[in-house]
Design a protein around this ligand. Structure first.
Ligand code: HEM
Length: 150
């Protein structure tokens, strides 16, 4: 079970990076009805993969590995969890933007992506990817109970 949870946790994390990268690529090209649909699917994958990483992570904290007391006394773990929550809150904005496209898309039209909104969504996806790099650093530190060079 420990191995299965570690697998699910890592699979969720890798899928999250893949889905965010797909979003970034789609956001770089001209928005068409087809790319808008793909963005909505990629955003759904972002949500699903983040939930998988979170659920497997929580089960590992409370039922496997080193025990909840260890993790809640580990600043890299608290940093990792805090950053994860912050990124989850940030991701609400792109999801709302993509969800608002529904009406135009049902009429068979490419949605209107106002430039200011597009810039904001791109900046958020970049921030999420950079945040995940930091989360992986925190993960390595908390797993070993060490500082940067320990
Ligand atoms: C994007 C989100 C996340 C990513 C990319 C991520 C990544 C990782 C990685 C790479 C490891 C392996 C560390 C190592 O053995 O060197 C790990 C371990 C772990 N993660 Fe995450 N994680 C994420 C979110 C979370 C969350 C939200 C939780 C808890 C609520 C969590 C709990 C854990 C636990 C308990 C371990 C095992 C640490 C140990 O071996 O003692 N992770 N994570």
């Amino acid at each position: 079970m420990t191995t299965l949870l570690a697998f699910l946790h890592h699979a969720g994390a890798f899928a999250l990076v893949a889905a965010l990268t797909a979003e970034l690529v789609l956001l770089r090209s001209e928005l068409t009805l087809r790319s808008a649909r793909r963005l909505q699917v990629a955003d759904m994958m972002v949500g699903l993969s983040a939930m998988t990483a979170l659920a497997a992570g929580l089960v590992r904290v409370f039922h496997f590995e080193k025990g909840a007391a260890y993790y809640f006394h580990s600043w890299p773990f608290l940093g990792k969890l805090g950053l994860f929550i912050l990124l989850a809150l940030l991701s609400i904005y792109p999801t709302l933007v993509f969800a608002a496209w529904g009406k135009a898309m049902r009429r068979g039209e490419a949605p209107d992506f106002e430039p200011g909104r597009l810039r904001k969504v791109r900046a958020i996806v970049h921030t999420e990817l950079a945040g995940i790099v930091l989360i992986v650093l925190f993960a390595a530190m908390m797993a070993r109970g060490v500082g940067f060079f320990g």
